[in-house]
Design a protein around this ligand. Structure first.
Ligand code: PEP
Length: 252
């Protein structure tokens, strides 16, 4: 890795996973991590909400942390079908993703909503992983950096610090498509986010910036070596421990 920040390799299982098979995959991941003399990175799995409590119980005391994939901005109340940050914390989660592009698109989540969710996460004692990323149309029309700046400045929670905040840059067109930006493009966006953060946070240099979008074992080393890339947010390749572990190994 190009930086001294402790890397974070995060898996987003999305709407995948049933009890028994998921437990086997998590056990296998924990086993691989536990075989190391020391694990030089943080490892996170974000299962669907139905599995957070059971996966957190399995991972308790292991090098693997568990996170939610979304949370409501309120602590409790009349919000049928939603899960609060406090509930995730109570179920054993340490992190929560907010503003994933699938949430921004499928659930019409604005930057303001994402910010409110991130603030709820911090209030509950969770680390918020705030996701940002441009669409293909925005990239092709040369708007990438301005879109990212806008998302970062409007989605960041008040009270964000290097300890409770992670930012994931995920170009929407790279998620689940097998396409990735060039390392030069990733470097440009990450340097731009780091620069924006200087104006927004006191300890901007300590905030980990993840790259996400079609990361797999075969491209992870190259992506993880880019300046200001402090880890990865991985979808498809996080579902099986045997696919996820080689990504973790690139930063061990
Ligand atoms: C994601 O869901 O955040 C993601 C990056 O997915 P994938 O790795 O499958 O592109």
């Amino acid at each position: 890795m190009s930086s001294s920040l402790r890397p974070l390799i995060a898996g987003n299982w999305k709407m995948n996973g049933l009890k028994r098979e998921s437990a086997e995959e998590l056990k296998s991941l924990i086993h691989k991590a536990s075989e190391q003399n020391s694990v030089g990175c943080d490892i996170l799995i974000c299962p669907p909400a139905t599995l957070v409590a059971s996966m957190a119980e399995l991972a308790n005391g292991s090098p693997v942390s568990i996170g939610g994939q979304d949370c409501h901005a309120n602590e409790k109340g009349a919000h049928t079908g939603d899960t609060s940050a406090q509930m995730l914390k109570d179920a054993g989660a340490d992190y929560v993703l907010v503003g994933h592009s699938e949430r921004r698109t499928d659930h019409d989540e604005s930057n303001e909503k994402v910010k409110a969710k991130a603030e709820a996460a911090l209030k509950a004692g969770l680390i918020a992983v705030v996701c940002v990323g441009e669409t293909l149309q925005e990239r092709e029309s040369g708007q990438t950096l301005s879109v990212i700046s806008d998302q970062v400045s409007r989605s960041l929670p008040a009270g964000g610090t290097a300890e409770n905040l992670v930012i994931a840059y995920e170009p929407v067109w790279a998620i689940g498509t097998g396409k990735t930006p060039t390392v030069e493009d990733v470097a440009d966006v990450h340097a731009h986010i780091r620069n924006d953060l200087q104006a927004l946070l006191k300890d901007a240099d300590g905030v980990r910036l993840l790259y996400g979008g079609s990361v797999k074992g075969s491209n992870a080393a190259e992506l993880m070596n880019v300046a200001h890339v402090n880890g990865a947010l991985v979808g498809g390749a996080s579902l099986k421990a045997e696919d996820f572990w080689p990504i973790v190994e690139t930063v061990l």
